[in-house]
Design a protein around this ligand. Structure first.
Ligand code: AP5
Ligand code: ZN
Length: 213
Protein backbone atom coordinates (compact mmCIF):
# COMPACT_ATOMS: atom_id res chain seq x y z
CA UNK A 1 0.00 0.00 0.00
CA UNK A 2 0.98 3.61 -0.57
CA UNK A 3 -0.19 5.73 2.33
CA UNK A 4 -0.10 9.33 3.47
CA UNK A 5 -0.53 10.39 7.11
CA UNK A 6 -1.78 13.95 7.59
CA UNK A 7 -2.49 15.70 10.87
CA UNK A 8 -1.38 18.60 13.05
CA UNK A 9 1.72 18.46 15.28
CA UNK A 10 1.17 15.94 18.08
CA UNK A 11 -1.79 14.22 16.42
CA UNK A 12 -0.03 10.82 16.57
CA UNK A 13 1.38 10.27 13.07
CA UNK A 14 4.79 9.22 14.33
CA UNK A 15 3.27 7.05 17.07
CA UNK A 16 1.07 5.04 14.70
CA UNK A 17 3.63 4.76 11.87
CA UNK A 18 5.76 1.91 13.28
CA UNK A 19 2.61 -0.16 13.93
CA UNK A 20 1.36 0.29 10.37
CA UNK A 21 4.84 -0.29 9.02
CA UNK A 22 5.21 -3.63 10.80
CA UNK A 23 1.79 -4.86 9.77
CA UNK A 24 2.14 -4.03 6.08
CA UNK A 25 5.97 -4.22 5.75
CA UNK A 26 6.19 -0.74 4.35
CA UNK A 27 8.95 1.78 4.36
CA UNK A 28 8.32 4.75 6.65
CA UNK A 29 9.39 8.12 5.27
CA UNK A 30 9.03 10.97 7.77
CA UNK A 31 10.29 14.26 6.37
CA UNK A 32 10.52 15.75 9.88
CA UNK A 33 12.78 12.88 11.07
CA UNK A 34 14.93 13.14 7.93
CA UNK A 35 15.27 16.91 8.31
CA UNK A 36 16.17 16.61 12.02
CA UNK A 37 18.87 14.06 11.12
CA UNK A 38 20.24 16.49 8.51
CA UNK A 39 20.23 19.34 11.04
CA UNK A 40 22.04 17.19 13.63
CA UNK A 41 24.67 16.17 11.04
CA UNK A 42 25.00 19.79 9.85
CA UNK A 43 24.70 18.77 6.20
CA UNK A 44 24.06 21.52 3.59
CA UNK A 45 20.39 20.49 3.62
CA UNK A 46 20.25 20.66 7.42
CA UNK A 47 21.85 24.10 7.47
CA UNK A 48 19.20 25.36 5.03
CA UNK A 49 16.31 23.80 6.94
CA UNK A 50 17.24 24.61 10.54
CA UNK A 51 15.99 28.17 10.84
CA UNK A 52 12.49 27.51 9.51
CA UNK A 53 12.17 24.38 11.67
CA UNK A 54 13.21 26.20 14.85
CA UNK A 55 10.56 28.84 14.15
CA UNK A 56 7.88 26.22 13.46
CA UNK A 57 7.52 27.21 9.81
CA UNK A 58 7.62 24.89 6.82
CA UNK A 59 10.88 24.50 4.93
CA UNK A 60 10.77 25.13 1.18
CA UNK A 61 8.85 22.78 -1.10
CA UNK A 62 11.94 22.21 -3.27
CA UNK A 63 13.99 20.94 -0.32
CA UNK A 64 11.44 18.40 0.91
CA UNK A 65 10.39 17.26 -2.57
CA UNK A 66 14.09 16.58 -3.24
CA UNK A 67 14.40 14.49 -0.06
CA UNK A 68 11.31 12.44 -0.84
CA UNK A 69 12.25 11.93 -4.48
CA UNK A 70 15.61 10.54 -3.34
CA UNK A 71 14.21 8.42 -0.48
CA UNK A 72 11.48 6.80 -2.60
CA UNK A 73 14.11 5.31 -4.92
CA UNK A 74 15.15 2.90 -2.16
CA UNK A 75 14.34 -0.71 -3.14
CA UNK A 76 12.47 -1.18 0.17
CA UNK A 77 10.04 1.57 -0.84
CA UNK A 78 9.07 0.07 -4.20
CA UNK A 79 6.20 -2.09 -2.92
CA UNK A 80 4.67 0.50 -0.65
CA UNK A 81 5.38 3.31 1.77
CA UNK A 82 4.03 5.49 4.54
CA UNK A 83 4.57 9.20 4.07
CA UNK A 84 4.51 10.85 7.51
CA UNK A 85 4.50 14.66 7.35
CA UNK A 86 4.57 14.87 3.56
CA UNK A 87 2.94 16.36 1.46
CA UNK A 88 2.21 19.43 3.59
CA UNK A 89 1.37 21.91 0.84
CA UNK A 90 -0.74 21.55 -2.29
CA UNK A 91 2.40 22.11 -4.39
CA UNK A 92 4.07 19.15 -2.63
CA UNK A 93 0.96 17.02 -3.29
CA UNK A 94 1.03 17.88 -6.99
CA UNK A 95 4.76 17.10 -7.24
CA UNK A 96 4.18 13.77 -5.48
CA UNK A 97 1.41 12.88 -7.95
CA UNK A 98 3.80 13.64 -10.83
CA UNK A 99 6.54 11.53 -9.23
CA UNK A 100 4.19 8.56 -8.77
CA UNK A 101 2.67 8.94 -12.24
CA UNK A 102 6.17 8.57 -13.71
CA UNK A 103 6.42 5.23 -11.86
CA UNK A 104 2.92 4.20 -12.94
CA UNK A 105 1.62 4.14 -9.35
CA UNK A 106 -0.61 6.26 -7.13
CA UNK A 107 -1.64 6.87 -3.54
CA UNK A 108 -4.07 4.29 -2.07
CA UNK A 109 -5.21 6.07 1.08
CA UNK A 110 -4.77 9.27 3.07
CA UNK A 111 -5.23 8.91 6.84
CA UNK A 112 -6.41 12.18 8.35
CA UNK A 113 -5.52 12.43 12.05
CA UNK A 114 -8.39 14.75 12.97
CA UNK A 115 -8.07 16.33 16.43
CA UNK A 116 -8.89 19.51 18.29
CA UNK A 117 -6.00 22.00 18.65
CA UNK A 118 -6.64 22.34 22.41
CA UNK A 119 -5.38 18.79 23.14
CA UNK A 120 -2.07 19.22 21.38
CA UNK A 121 -0.05 21.39 23.74
CA UNK A 122 0.03 18.75 26.48
CA UNK A 123 1.04 16.07 23.97
CA UNK A 124 3.81 18.19 22.48
CA UNK A 125 5.36 19.53 25.68
CA UNK A 126 5.38 16.05 27.29
CA UNK A 127 6.99 14.30 24.33
CA UNK A 128 10.41 12.63 24.52
CA UNK A 129 12.06 11.15 21.45
CA UNK A 130 14.86 8.79 20.56
CA UNK A 131 16.78 10.92 18.08
CA UNK A 132 18.30 8.19 15.92
CA UNK A 133 15.09 6.20 15.28
CA UNK A 134 12.46 8.95 15.70
CA UNK A 135 10.60 6.79 18.27
CA UNK A 136 8.47 8.96 20.50
CA UNK A 137 7.25 8.65 24.07
CA UNK A 138 5.17 10.80 26.38
CA UNK A 139 5.89 11.34 30.07
CA UNK A 140 2.18 10.78 30.86
CA UNK A 141 0.48 9.01 27.95
CA UNK A 142 3.22 6.64 26.79
CA UNK A 143 6.14 6.57 29.26
CA UNK A 144 9.29 4.56 28.47
CA UNK A 145 10.03 1.56 30.72
CA UNK A 146 12.89 3.49 32.34
CA UNK A 147 12.45 7.25 32.59
CA UNK A 148 14.55 9.13 29.99
CA UNK A 149 15.76 5.91 28.28
CA UNK A 150 14.72 4.41 24.91
CA UNK A 151 13.07 0.98 25.38
CA UNK A 152 14.76 -0.56 22.33
CA UNK A 153 18.36 0.73 22.36
CA UNK A 154 18.83 1.84 25.99
CA UNK A 155 20.04 5.20 24.68
CA UNK A 156 18.98 8.50 26.28
CA UNK A 157 15.83 10.30 25.12
CA UNK A 158 15.69 14.00 24.25
CA UNK A 159 13.15 16.74 23.67
CA UNK A 160 12.69 18.38 20.28
CA UNK A 161 13.75 22.00 20.00
CA UNK A 162 10.41 22.95 18.42
CA UNK A 163 8.33 21.22 21.13
CA UNK A 164 7.54 24.36 23.14
CA UNK A 165 4.09 25.92 23.62
CA UNK A 166 5.39 29.02 21.81
CA UNK A 167 6.68 27.27 18.65
CA UNK A 168 3.62 25.00 18.63
CA UNK A 169 1.50 28.07 17.85
CA UNK A 170 3.43 28.72 14.61
CA UNK A 171 3.34 25.03 13.70
CA UNK A 172 -0.45 24.95 14.14
CA UNK A 173 -0.83 28.10 12.08
CA UNK A 174 1.23 26.53 9.28
CA UNK A 175 -0.92 23.41 9.51
CA UNK A 176 -4.23 25.25 9.19
CA UNK A 177 -3.07 27.61 6.45
CA UNK A 178 -0.86 25.37 4.31
CA UNK A 179 -1.67 21.73 5.10
CA UNK A 180 -5.46 21.64 5.56
CA UNK A 181 -5.89 22.43 1.83
CA UNK A 182 -3.98 19.20 1.14
CA UNK A 183 -6.77 17.27 2.91
CA UNK A 184 -9.31 18.89 0.53
CA UNK A 185 -7.06 18.04 -2.40
CA UNK A 186 -7.23 14.32 -1.54
CA UNK A 187 -10.88 14.42 -0.42
CA UNK A 188 -11.82 15.42 -3.96
CA UNK A 189 -10.06 12.26 -5.13
CA UNK A 190 -12.03 10.19 -2.58
CA UNK A 191 -8.91 8.99 -0.78
CA UNK A 192 -9.33 10.38 2.74
CA UNK A 193 -10.18 8.30 5.82
CA UNK A 194 -10.89 10.41 8.91
CA UNK A 195 -9.59 9.13 12.25
CA UNK A 196 -10.55 10.20 15.78
CA UNK A 197 -7.00 11.07 16.76
CA UNK A 198 -7.98 12.29 20.24
CA UNK A 199 -8.67 8.70 21.34
CA UNK A 200 -6.05 6.62 23.23
CA UNK A 201 -3.25 5.20 21.01
CA UNK A 202 -4.65 1.63 20.89
CA UNK A 203 -8.08 2.83 19.75
CA UNK A 204 -6.49 4.96 17.05
CA UNK A 205 -4.56 1.88 15.88
CA UNK A 206 -7.86 -0.01 15.59
CA UNK A 207 -9.30 2.81 13.48
CA UNK A 208 -6.22 2.75 11.26
CA UNK A 209 -6.59 -1.00 10.75
CA UNK A 210 -10.27 -0.59 9.82
CA UNK A 211 -9.44 2.20 7.37
CA UNK A 212 -6.85 0.01 5.66
CA UNK A 213 -8.77 -3.27 5.55
P1 AP5 B 1 7.42 16.90 11.85
O1 AP5 B 1 8.50 16.17 12.51
O2 AP5 B 1 6.65 16.24 10.78
O3 AP5 B 1 6.45 17.47 12.99
P2 AP5 B 1 4.87 17.67 13.02
O4 AP5 B 1 4.09 17.56 11.79
O5 AP5 B 1 4.73 18.96 13.76
O6 AP5 B 1 4.35 16.45 13.76
P3 AP5 B 1 4.85 15.85 15.10
O7 AP5 B 1 6.01 14.95 14.87
O8 AP5 B 1 5.01 16.94 16.11
O9 AP5 B 1 3.55 15.05 15.52
P4 AP5 B 1 3.14 13.52 15.37
O10 AP5 B 1 1.79 13.51 14.77
O11 AP5 B 1 4.18 12.67 14.74
O12 AP5 B 1 3.00 13.18 16.92
P5 AP5 B 1 3.55 11.95 17.78
O13 AP5 B 1 3.04 10.65 17.26
O14 AP5 B 1 5.01 12.05 17.99
O15 AP5 B 1 7.98 18.27 11.22
C1 AP5 B 1 8.85 19.11 11.95
C2 AP5 B 1 9.26 20.31 11.12
O16 AP5 B 1 9.98 19.88 9.94
C3 AP5 B 1 8.11 21.17 10.55
O17 AP5 B 1 7.67 22.14 11.47
C4 AP5 B 1 8.78 21.78 9.30
O18 AP5 B 1 9.61 22.88 9.64
C5 AP5 B 1 9.66 20.65 8.79
N1 AP5 B 1 8.97 19.80 7.81
C6 AP5 B 1 8.69 18.47 7.93
N2 AP5 B 1 8.05 18.00 6.83
C7 AP5 B 1 7.90 19.06 6.00
C8 AP5 B 1 7.30 19.22 4.72
N3 AP5 B 1 6.71 18.17 4.08
N4 AP5 B 1 7.33 20.46 4.15
C9 AP5 B 1 7.91 21.51 4.77
N5 AP5 B 1 8.50 21.43 5.99
C10 AP5 B 1 8.50 20.21 6.60
O19 AP5 B 1 2.78 12.23 19.15
C11 AP5 B 1 3.01 13.38 19.92
C12 AP5 B 1 3.04 13.04 21.42
O20 AP5 B 1 1.76 12.59 21.83
C13 AP5 B 1 4.02 11.91 21.76
O21 AP5 B 1 4.61 12.19 22.98
C14 AP5 B 1 3.12 10.67 21.84
O22 AP5 B 1 3.63 9.71 22.76
C15 AP5 B 1 1.78 11.25 22.31
N6 AP5 B 1 0.63 10.57 21.71
C16 AP5 B 1 0.54 10.08 20.43
N7 AP5 B 1 -0.68 9.54 20.21
C17 AP5 B 1 -1.38 9.71 21.38
C18 AP5 B 1 -2.72 9.38 21.78
N8 AP5 B 1 -3.57 8.75 20.94
N9 AP5 B 1 -3.11 9.70 23.05
C19 AP5 B 1 -2.25 10.33 23.89
N10 AP5 B 1 -0.98 10.66 23.56
C20 AP5 B 1 -0.55 10.37 22.32
ZN1 ZN C 1 6.14 13.10 13.93
Amino acid sequence: KRLILIGPPGSGKGTQSPLIKDEFCLCHLATGDMLRAAVAAKTPLGIKAKEAMDRGELVSDDLVVGIIDEAMKKPSCQKGFILDGFPRTVVQAQKLDEMLARQGTKIDKVLNFAIDDAILEERITGRWIHGASGRSYHNKFNPPKVSGIDDVTGEPLMQRKDDTAEVLKSRLEAFHRQTEPVIDYYSKKGLVANLHAEKPPKEVTTEVQKALS
